[in-house]
Design a protein around this ligand. Sequence first.
Ligand SMILES: Nc1nc2c(ncn2[C@@H]2O[C@H](COP(=O)(O)OP(=O)(O)O)[C@@H](O)[C@H]2O)c(=O)[nH]1
Ligand SMILES: [Mg+2]
Length: 320
Amino acid sequence: MSAHPRIQSENADTSLWDRLRAGLGRTRAGLTAGLDRLIRGPKALDRVVLEEIEARLLLADVGVETTRLLVDQIAGRLERHELSDLSATLDALRAHMIELLAPVTAPLPVLAGPARPFVILTVGVNGAGKTTTAGKLAHYYRTLGEVVVLAAGDTFRAAAVEQLQQWGQRAGVAVIAQPAGTDAAAVIFDALHAARARSAGLLIADTAGRLHTKRNLMDELRKIRRAIDKFDPECRVETLLVVDAGTGRNALAQAREFHLAAGLTGLVITKLDGTARGGVIFALARELALPIRFIGVGERPDDLCPFEARPFVHALLAED
Ligand SMILES: Nc1nc2c(ncn2[C@@H]2O[C@H](COP(=O)(O)OP(=O)(O)O)[C@@H](O)[C@H]2O)c(=O)[nH]1
Ligand SMILES: [Mg+2]
């Protein structure tokens, strides 16, 4: 099992922490920029500040219910005069946010048996970042010392296969592919044999998100699962839904549908760097209760962070 590098703490100057912090910059700015100007002089915090925080949480797509939950907890403490200034208020908010995200903090254990690779399937709608995430994951686990094989399971366009091959080259990982139009389940079945032949501990399979109907898409995912079972019913499979944070509440609807059809085991939330609406992670955590395995904070191989509640929240609500 690979040991995940831990994001030490908000104080440690690790590159992982830097990327996380940079990646969350837009959401952080939306949540915190100029908040201190609302509090003038020795005047204590009041309802106005709380309303401002509430509005900002909503704008960041934290969601109505989750925002209410967070704000109510802060309001109670304000009334009891437990929070003397903005700093204390943000501390309290962070603590409640960490509580919300702690249950979905669960690093992905890559447990491969003898001659039986662990399988990661990236699934999700077109453009969510599946292929990019498959490539980043290959890089990530390769850096941890795993032998990794990539499978080009998006067989709809030649360009999708080429995109994954480029990622394979960058990561120094073999890519098993067949010409566009081949059955995806057959490609993945092939790739499983290739992984076994290379004693690979991990097979990461990309899939298509653009089948003409939802039904076709879900049938295809089931067919892929059957191919893996046929290879070895004891194979452990992580079905990772890749969702684009910028799609806001839509991410929730997608996740529910994919969960029903494909039985998700984890989430990757991508493009947090490109949005001020990174708060959607709280709604996803509360409403789906699925482990958030990784977050995407850019387009480079290193722009993938294992998800951990505490550093995430500290990067999100840092006082600049
Ligand atoms: N900024 C940013 N761009 C990303 C991230 N993940 C993916 N992308 C970009 O999103 C676009 C779609 O990604 P792709 O992997 O092709 O999506 P797919 O259709 O789900 O396979 C590409 O231009 C990627 O470079 C991310 O975390 N941050
Ligand atoms: Mg793709």
